[in-house]
Design a binder for this molecule. Sequence first.
Ligand code: FMN
Length: 421
Amino acid sequence: MNKPLDIDKVQASGQVTDASLRNEPLPPPLPPTPLLERCHNIADLREAAKKRLPRCVFEFFDRGSEDEFSLRGNREAFQKLKLRNKVMVDVSKRDPSTMLFGKPLSFPLVIAPTGVAGVCWYNGEVELARAAAKAGVPFTLATPSVTSIEQIAAVEGGRKFFQLYMWRERELSHALVKRARDAGFEALMLTADTAVPPIREYNRRNGFSMPFVPNFTALLDMSLHPSWLASVMGRYYMNGGLPQLAHFPKDKAGSGGVAQPQKSVVPNFRGDNLTWDDIRRLRDIWKGPLLLKGVHLAEDAARAVQEGCDGIIISNHGGRNLDTAVASLDVLPEITAEVGGKTTIIVDSGVRRGGDIVKALALGANVVLSGRPTLYGTSVAGEAGAAHALRILKNEFETVMGFTGCQKVGDIGEKTIWREK
Ligand SMILES: Cc1cc2nc3c(=O)[nH]c(=O)nc-3n(C[C@H](O)[C@H](O)[C@H](O)COP(=O)(O)O)c2cc1C
């Protein structure tokens, strides 16, 4: 295993290798591998990920909760909304970049927090963070990640956000926030839509749990995917042991599992007593941008602004929590009417095409979060795969900007779309 870089020693020796410390631009994103070259869109990446991953891991990433109405509804909401051509505009110099919290993004997308992303590829969360940094979009580390805050902070360059699940044990959650702050993370995303553990029966059937305590089905499943088994689990095993939840205290992290629908990831850690008081307490610890994730009601959005949040994320958790929850896109107009211009509006759940980003922006979002697309990419080829997913989405976004006559992101608006009245 590579030894971590002691940056002080390297600096003292005059051989600073971190480009960001030398104020140099990061290298370009990794080019596609031959397999990636055959993946022309996110759906192709999904298919490739399905082949590479054991079923238990793929379904954990890919599926929703209960009857998966929300999962399907997310795509239907995007399909329902139509785009309009805008003609006779010079779009030869389209600019997909935008600003978020006073800093540039290469296009209006942030990588969503996706817990346990490190099991799709060896060091998958680091690979994903590297791809995001080189592509010029922020990466969000999830509380239930297998990579620690400090390991992600060591990834060269890029903007890093931290997602927080607030446990009943407030002091433990606040300690994580302080670690993220001290490690230089830029924004804090408080997830509020997971008051109770979601029901995902397939995890139980598949025997998927974290930490890994695979049942016979899961063992068989994994043994049928020897390349994943060797290159992911084998490498973890050789380099210190199977992946663990990095932010859960060791003595408690052993007793739970994402496979158990009526329990939280770790049973002793519940987040069912989160209230607005917590925002006030967080504001004392966290001075950077604070975002509330999982908002569906205009009144909650307004209250978040009033309580000092810098942004809201309209989300149904990618259809993974409350089944039949409304699609984010369907409540976006009323939330924009309430808080548009007063706060940063972020939307997620179901973005699979660059045109989806245009639609979200047309209805008032500033940026979108994207979860599964880069997970599929990372599952197929680590950093190169995540880079490929981002390249696909950005290229599609620029293409739709061209068709809809938008020279810059600010040109995307109500006129860009058509809705049935
Ligand atoms: C495998 C997986 C794990 C996730 N883990 C978290 C998490 O730990 N915290 C969180 O706030 N959201 C989590 N999410 C939800 C995402 O942040 C995001 O809301 C969702 O993926 C967006 O939908 P999309 O996948 O269709 O882009 C997870 C999503 C996936 C797919």
